[in-house]
Ligand binder design. Structure first.
Ligand code: MN
Length: 301
């Protein structure tokens, strides 16, 4: 079974565990204690990633056959973002699916050209929220709130100047992100940071799937619905700049660290490019799905 590595709360402080098939969660620290190991890294996802060579095999084994008392019932668990507070801003790639570039250019009345270089921006580290958490509609600051489903790469082994051929060795795993954007702010302020940086505008989760549990390179269906209506539906293999290209260029002269998160761009079907535009409203339920990973659900309020 696919490993679903999650950060969760069972009423207290965040814990790291494995979501089992029935939705119950294997408490990672309890599993490590039961195997005689030091449970310290299982208090925090970044620490768990850094200690993965040691704790990973224990968790895989314990998930298949949980030690007594190490399973938390589904009803007691609230899943949080897998990395609730990244160490630095969330890296993002803009305009990385051709049909999304084209719909944006169409909406702006421009000719479409294929980007020659990847476009990078970031979202603040403190705007990450988890599955099931609500997204504010920010009515006082934006009139054009929009969604973007994205495959998120979680860095395992850090490094700078990562060559394309070695890129996947630096990937710990994958999760789902929703790059919530104030389109009017994105346009008005030149740089995208303002429109991409609103509070609670980076839903992520519901868990991380380690890279060995997904095809490489990942060729996965990526889709999004609003209130059950299909808006986005593509495949991650249709990125203009693939994961090795993204990691090679981003890490050129910049050290990536364990737990860094990179959102790899969204396919076509965003709300502002529809005719007429269909932007997010309070009460909208967004479900962002990636094959082999899961579904990330959030409601706008
Ligand atoms: Mn995006």
């Amino acid at each position: 079974m696919t490993m679903r590595l999650a950060t969760y709360s069972a009423g207290g402080a965040p814990c790291v565990g494995v979501v089992l098939e029935d939705g119950a969660v294997l408490d990672g620290a309890a599993a490590l204690r039961a195997s005689g190991g030091d449970p310290a890294p299982l208090g925090d996802m970044i620490a768990a990633i850094e200690a993965w060579d040691r704790v990973g095999p224990v968790l895989v084994k314990a998930a298949a056959s949980p030690p007594v008392g190490a399973v938390v019932a589904k009803e007691r668990v609230r899943l949080l973002a897998p990395i609730p507070r990244p160490r630095k801003n969330v890296f993002c790639v803009g305009r990385n699916y051709l049909d999304h570039v084209a719909e944006g250019d169409r909406a702006a009345g421009r000719e479409t050209t294929v980007p020659e270089h990847a476009q990078f921006f970031t979202k603040p580290a403190n705007v990450v929220i988890g599955p099931g958490e609500w997204i504010p509609n920010h009515a006082r600051v934006t009139k054009a709130l929009d969604y973007e489903v994205e495959l998120v790469v979680v860095i395992g082994k850090g490094g700078a100047d990562i060559p394309r051929e070695r890129a996947f060795e630096h990937v710990f795993g994958y999760t789902i992100g929703n790059d919530i954007t104030g389109r009017d702010l994105q346009r008005r302020h030149g740089q995208w940071f303002k429109g991409k940086g609103l509070d609670r505008s980076c839903p992520m989760g519901p868990w991380i799937v380690p890279r060995g549990d997904l095809p490489e390179p990942p060729d996965l269906r990526i889709s999004l619905t609003v209130n059950g209506e299909q808006r986005q539906d593509s495949r991650t293999s249709r990125m203009i700049f693939d994961i090795p290209a993204i990691l090679a260029v981003l890490s050129a002269g910049l050290t990536l660290e364990p737990g860094d998160v990179i959102m790899t761009g969204t396919p076509e079907g965003v709300g502002y490019a529809m005719t007429p535009p269909r932007l997010l409203q309070p009460g909208d339920r967004i479900a962002a799905a990636i094959e082999g990973i899961g579904v990330l659900e959030n409601e706008v309020r």
